[in-house]
Design a protein around this ligand. Structure first.
Ligand code: SF4
Length: 71
């Protein structure tokens, strides 16, 4: 699957595409609550601990795989 992305300052960004092997998208609320280090590798344990996260619109989701390119 192609992941198009405009977040230029992410480590995984390359000319408007995401080149990460996998990404974790979650709700803004859970994204803010989880430690910065949590990513797609922890998806199963995150769901076990916090449950699945329904949202009302795309504006309530975030990319948890984002890492600042200079970070
Ligand atoms: S990890 Fe997320 S923010 Fe970073 S390039 Fe991929 S989709 Fe965009």
């Amino acid at each position: 699957m192609e992941v198009h992305c405009t977040v230029k300052n992410c480590r995984w960004w390359d000319k408007n595409y995401c080149i990460a092997q996998a990404i974790l998208i979650t709700s803004d609320e859970l994204g803010e609550a989880l430690p910065e280090s949590y990513d797609y590798q922890q998806t199963q344990s995150i769901v076990q601990q916090y449950g699945e996260t329904a949202v009302d619109s795309c504006t309530a989701t975030c990319c948890k795989t984002f890492v600042a390119a200079d970070g």
